[in-house]
Design a binder for this molecule. Structure first.
Ligand code: ADP
Ligand code: MG
Length: 230
């Protein structure tokens, strides 16, 4: 399929914890087309975060293949893998992971700088994102001065500022109340539709998953079912 942007083929991830081996992902395959919004739903311990790390190139598979936009992670060395990640993928985490000593704006700028792009950050685009995410008035504030919902919206701006083709979110609403969850889901949907991104969101919450165009169910390190979303 030519529009495929994420491909996992028979992927396995085994963690070595001393003498103990934990197989977090076992022979998992999935294919995601450009522009899709896919939710992955699984109970705690089912390997969803491990899948997130594998697809984002944050960890290496023990077996099988992870192919992003036609590039097999296994063919890349660590430097090339980091580069692909910085250029193609935006990450959103449950705990926001904003740097506490920097303002919202500072957090977004640092992410942009780290991404290694040569051209300066596009302030018009930042304006657009801030407007979309309703954080215009909050950019000078530090994370501790922001609500959880605001922090997550800043984290989304940080993920989007580099124009990633793929957005990976691991339980982005896990630490938010219903109202803020709804807002964050709405933002993820908008950025998926309006910025043409491919979005993969992990969630425990069936209601959150229902915003996706496709829902994959995960259990014991495997995809065990699939459903059409909204
Ligand atoms: P989920 O995000 O769905 O809760 P995880 O991917 O975090 O699941 O974990 C899947 C399994 O792998 C769990 O049994 C977990 O304890 C184990 N695991 C996760 N990370 C590690 C690690 N770094 N070392 C050893 N075991 C791990
Ligand atoms: Mg997890």
């Amino acid at each position: 399929m030519s529009s495929e942007i994420i491909l996992a083929e028979n992927v396995t991830k085994v963690y070595e914890a001393g003498k103990l081996q934990v197989t977090a992902v076992r022979g998992l395959s999935m294919s995601i087309a450009k522009g899709e919004f896919v939710a992955v739903v699984g109970p705690s311990g089912s390997g969803t975060s491990t899948l997130f790390y594998l697809l984002g190139g944050l960890t290496r598979a023990t077996g099988g293949r992870v192919v992003i936009d036609g590039v097999d992670f296994a063919t890349l060395d660590d430097g090339e893998r980091t580069k692909l990640r910085k250029h193609r993928i935006g990450f959103v985490f449950q705990k926001f992971n904003l740097l506490p000593t920097l303002s919202a704006m500072g957090n977004i700028e640092v992410a942009y700088t780290i991404s290694g792009r040569k051209e300066p950050m596009d302030l018009k685009y930042l304006d657009h994102l801030s407007d979309m995410l309703a954080i215009q008035g909050r950019l000078k504030h530090r994370p501790s001065e922001l609500s959880g919902g605001e922090q997550q919206r800043v984290a989304i701006a940080r993920a989007l500022i580099t124009h990633p083709a793929i957005v990976l979110a691991d339980e982005p609403t896990g630490n938010l109340d219903t109202k803020n969850s709804d807002a964050v889901l709405h933002m993820l949907m908008r950025s998926n539709r309006e910025l043409g991104q491919t979005t993969l969101m992990i969630t425990h919450n069936p209601e959150a998953a229902s915003v996706a165009s496709r829902i994959l169910y995960m259990r014991d390190g495997q995809i065990v079912g699939e459903e059409k979303g909204s």
